[in-house]
Design a protein around this ligand. Structure first.
Ligand code: UD1
Ligand code: MG
Length: 451
C-alpha cells in the first residue's frame, strides 16, 4: 500500500475556505444588526468593568453558533460529492456497496458532530436565559457527547494508548483503557465547554481563546496534508504516533501520510475553518470596549466544536495540549468550584474607575471562617504565588483571598493593568501555550515515545 494514496478532495477544502470568509462577513454584519433585538428580548448585560451602564447585547454567541452550524449544514454536499459521484459511476456491485458503506460512515461522523454542536448551543443558550447552577449543567455535555462516542465505537475506535518508554517495564507497550477511554472522551467535552466559560469576564477573553485554539488546531491539521513539496521529511522524523492505531487499517510506522489520516484532519479543517471565520467577525464587536457579549452560548458551542474534532479526528490528547491556560485556570479554580473557598457570582477583576486599571478581586470569608482544608489550600497557593491572603493578625485566620483565576493571577504577578492589556496578556499566554504544545507533541514526545 503506497504511503500517499488518493489525494483528498481538495476542492472541498477550498469551498470550506470560502465558507469561512462568508462566516466572517456574516458575523461581522449580523452581530451588530441583531444587537437591538437581543436587548429587546432582555438578553443584555452590564459591562462590569466600565463606568457606564448601558445595556450590552448578551449571548450573541447564538448568532455566531447559528451562522456556524447553518454553514456546516450547507457544506455537507461538498466533501461527499466525490464519493457520491463514484457511487453512481459504474463499478462492480461490491465496489458500490463498499462505497456506500464508507459514505454512510463519513456522513454519520459528520451528522453526529452536528448533533453534539447543536446540543451544546441549546445548553449554552438555556444557561444564558436561566442561569443554570453549574452543578446542574455539568452533566449535560456528557450526554451531548454520546452521539460522538457511539460513532467512535461503531468504527471500532481505538481505546489503546501507547505507554511512555519509562513505564513500559510495568505496563508493556500498549494498554487498553476500554470503557475508561470513553469516560475520558466524555469528560473531555465537559472540560472544553466549561473551561472557556470560566476563563471569562473581560472583553474579548472568551472569543480570543476560541480563536487561538482553533488556529492551533488548523496548523496541526495542515501538518498532515499531502503538500506538493517535501515537507513530510521532518514530520516523518518526528512523527511519533502517540495516538497510534493498533490493529486498525494502518500501523504506527505507516500512519503518517496514509489517506485515512489525511481524511481525518480534513474533517477537522472543515469544522475549524468556519469557526475561525465567525470568531474573527465576532471579535471585532467584542473587542475592548465591547459592544456585544458572547454569553455562555459561544463558550459552549466553540468548546464542543473542539471536542468534536478532537474525538472524531482522533487527536484528543494533542487537543488538550492546546488548553494549557484553561487547564491551569481550572486547577486554580478547583477550591472555589468545589466550595472549599467561597465563590462569588462574579470572579472578574476589580475595576478602579479613577485609574481605569484592574486589580485582583477577592473572595471573602464573611459567612463562616475557613475550614482547615481551605486554610491549607490557600496557604499552599499563596506560597506558590497564585493568590494573596489577608489574615487576621491576632489569630492568623484567613479573612480574604484573591479570587483563584488566571486573570487575577496575572494581575497579582504583573501588577494592575487596564482591561485591553489584560486580554492581550491572556492572548499571548494562549499563543505561548500552543507553541509549548507543538514542542511537546512533536519534539519532546520523542523522549518518551519512540518514533
Ligand atoms: C463565569 C465565571 C464568573 C465570571 C463570569 C464572567 C466562574 C465559576 N464563573 O460565570 O466568575 O464573572 O463568567 O463572564 O469562574 N461580563 C463583562 N465583561 C465581559 C464579559 C462578561 O462584564 O467582557 C459580565 C457581564 O455582566 C455579563 C456577564 O459577565 O452579563 C456574563 O456572565 P455569565 O457568562 O453569565 O457568567 P458565568 O459563565 O456563569
Ligand atoms: Mg459565561
Amino acid at each position: 500500500r503506497p504511503l500517499l494514496d488518493p489525494v483528498p478532495p481538495l476542492p472541498a477544502l477550498w469551498a470550506s475556505v470560502g465558507f469561512s470568509i462568508f462566516a466572517f462577513v456574516a458575523a461581522l454584519y449580523l452581530v451588530p444588526a441583531l444587537g437591538p433585538t437581543f436587548v429587546k428580548a432582555n438578553l443584555k448585560g452590564k459591562d462590569l468593568l466600565k463606568v457606564y451602564s448601558d445595556p450590552i447585547p448578551e449571548s450573541q454567541g447564538l448568532v455566531c453558533a447559528s451562522i456556524y452550524i447553518l454553514l456546516l449544514i450547507l457544506f455537507i454536499p461538498f466533501p461527499f460529492s466525490t464519493s457520491i459521484a463514484s457511487l453512481s459511476g459504474g463499478g462492480s456491485k461490491i465496489e458500490g456497496l463498499l462505497g456506500a458503506a464508507s459514505l454512510h460512515h463519513e456522513l454519520s461522523v459528520y451528522l453526529s458532530s452536528l448533533l453534539s454542536l447543536l446540543m451544546a448551543t441549546v445548553l449554552g443558550f438555556l444557561d444564558d436565559v436561566f442561569d443554570i447552577r453549574w452543578r446542574h449543567k455539568l452533566p449535560i455535555p456528557l450526554i451531548a457527547a454520546i452521539p460522538l462516542l457511539m460513532v467512535y465505537y461503531a468504527e471500532g475506535g481505538n481505546t489503546h494508548v501507547v505507554v511512555p518508554i519509562p513505564l513500559r517495564p510495568f505496563l508493556g507497550l500498549v494498554v487498553n483503557l476500554g470503557p475508561l477511554y470513553y469516560l475520558y472522551m466524555s469528560l473531555l467535552s465537559t472540560f472544553t465547554t466549561n473551561s472557556i466559560n470560566i476563563l471569562a469576564g473581560i472583553n474579548g477573553s472568551e472569543v480570543s481563546q476560541a480563536l487561538i485554539i482553533a488556529i492551533s488546531v488548523i496548523i496541526n491539521d495542515l501538518l498532515y496534508m499531502p503538500w506538493p513539496f517535501d515537507f513530510r521529511i521532518p514530520m516523518h522524523l518526528l512523527g511519533n504516533q502517540i495516538e497510534v492505531e493498533i490493529g486498525g487499517a494502518w500501523q504506527a510506522g505507516m500512519a503518517y501520510g496514509s489517506s485515512e489520516l489525511v481524511d481525518r484532519h480534513l474533517f477537522s479543517l472543515y469544522f475549524m475553518l468556519p469557526l475561525v471565520g465567525v470568531c474573527l467577525g465576532f471579535m471585532y464587536h467584542n473587542w475592548y470596549p465591547a459592544r456585544a457579549f458572547p454569553g455562555d452560548t459561544l463558550c459552549y458551542a466553540t468548546g464542543m466544536a473542539f471536542s468534536v474534532v478532537g474525538i472524531q479526528a482522533h487527536f484528543s490528547k494533542t487537543l488538550l495540549l492546546f488548553f494549557i491556560p484553561q487547564i491551569f485556570n481550572f486547577l486554580l479554580s478547583c477550591p472555589q468550584l468545589f466550595g472549599i473557598v467561597p465563590c462569588p457570582r462574579h470572579r472578574v477583576p476589580r475595576f478602579v474607575a479613577d485609574t481605569n486599571l484592574l486589580h485582583p478581586s477577592k473572595a471573602v470569608f464573611d459567612k463562616r471562617p475557613p475550614t482547615r482544608l481551605a486554610s491549607l489550600t490557600l496557604h499552599i497557593f499563596a506560597t506558590l504565588g497564585f493568590t494573596e491572603l489577608t489574615v487576621d493578625p491576632t489569630n492568623e485566620v484567613v479573612l480574604e483571598a484573591t479570587n483563584l483565576t488566571i486573570l487575577n493571577f496575572f494581575l497579582l504577578r504583573l501588577g494592575p493593568m487596564n482591561e485591553k492589556k489584560l486580554v492581550q496578556v491572556l492572548m499571548c499566554t494562549q499563543i505561548a501555550g500552543s507553541v509549548l504544545a507543538f514542542t511537546i507533541r512533536y519534539g519532546l514526545a520523542g523522549l518518551v515515545y519512540d518514533g
